[in-house]
Design a protein around this ligand. Sequence first.
Ligand code: AMP
Ligand code: MG
Length: 411
Amino acid sequence: MESLSVEAALQGILARIQPLPARGTALDEALGRVLAEDIHATENLPPFPNSAVDGFAVRAADLATATREHPAHLKVLADAPAGTVVCCEVVPGAAVRIMTGAELPPGTEVVVPVEETSSTPGEVQVFRCLGAGLNLRLAGEDVRAGEVVAERGTLVRPAEIGLLAALGRVEVPVVPAPRVAVLTTGAELVEAGHKPGPGQIRDANIHGLGAQVRAAGALFQPFPRVPDTREAVEEALRQAIGTCDVVLTNGGVSVGDYDFVRETLDRLGAEPVFIQVAQKPGRPLSFWLLQGKPVFGLPGNPVAAMVCFELYVRPALRKLMGHIALFRPKGTAKLAEDYRKGPKDARTHWLRVRVQVSPDGWVATRTGPQGSGILSSMTKSNAIAEIPALGGSLKAGEAVTVHLTDQPEDH
Ligand code: AMP
Ligand code: MG
């Protein structure tokens, strides 16, 4: 059976995925989502000129000779607490007692912080000469009306929520979080909280994959584990495709006697985009469209499942969620040890590695045995190193591309 190259497989997936339709969403619900449109400010921020400190609004010329020994004496005309309307004009020889955030009275050239003054209700002494413009916030100095404050494709973080609230946006168009069904298959599996009987193991992947789904910002929809029968696999797939935006099946995609995922997808009329990739781990990765929705057939081996999620499912979910940057940062690191790969082996090998900075650049050290069931090799890694499909063994010190899986996407 023909295996697709890594690049062709990724391309095949991404070419078939478009962002989910945007939805007007309450601002507080938009955290972690991606903006579907540019957001323009409809007003200035700040909306009016105001004081940056608690103090006295004055004319600059009145402070020209002020010192601690010879303070300027000014008449206090009024109080301007925050949230009130402007009381009067600051005329020469006078001051207005003003609080942080209060609108500047006309005539204000500078606000003297209260720490530089001494006052009675009717008079203030100013001990320092301050130039015009100090401690003032001008209308529109933060954001100008009409300006784009957040572009399409921006991740909505707390900072975006705060700014949009300041501008009066209580609803924003964002791409909703996709619901991602995770179906694990295998008669040998039991719940993580149960003691396995003879021949049984715990279902690690429903939790590991579920966590990857949530870490990507999507909604994890766990499904009851699927027994290895045609009927059970078909029923679970029907349910999942009917209620979710993406389906991840796990296990049962090889050619074992009880591997029913492929034939069931076929029977349900799914379009197979590819059913094998020239890579290790993760050769049995398959990708389908069922009722127009993406279905990933992930291998059952826990490391293979996680690596395939990281390299294929995560970029696909990000595209579906409207992100512009789909891929983790890449770099070049020197292999710490030799790596053996047969000269006729035309698969890309993915190694779990720890990338560390050394005086002569990044070094990638394998995190232990690389078997596709060795989950501890994942927990110790911070990157996946790519051993190219073309070319054989590599010597220690040779350069490889590393995908930094603990870092946010940058391209
Ligand atoms: P399969 O692809 O179903 O043939 O599974 C390949 C290997 O992965 C077998 O050793 C399975 O026991 C193991 N495996 C499959 N699914 C899981 C799972 N959800 N959690 C842990 N191991 C699994
Ligand atoms: Mg199985």
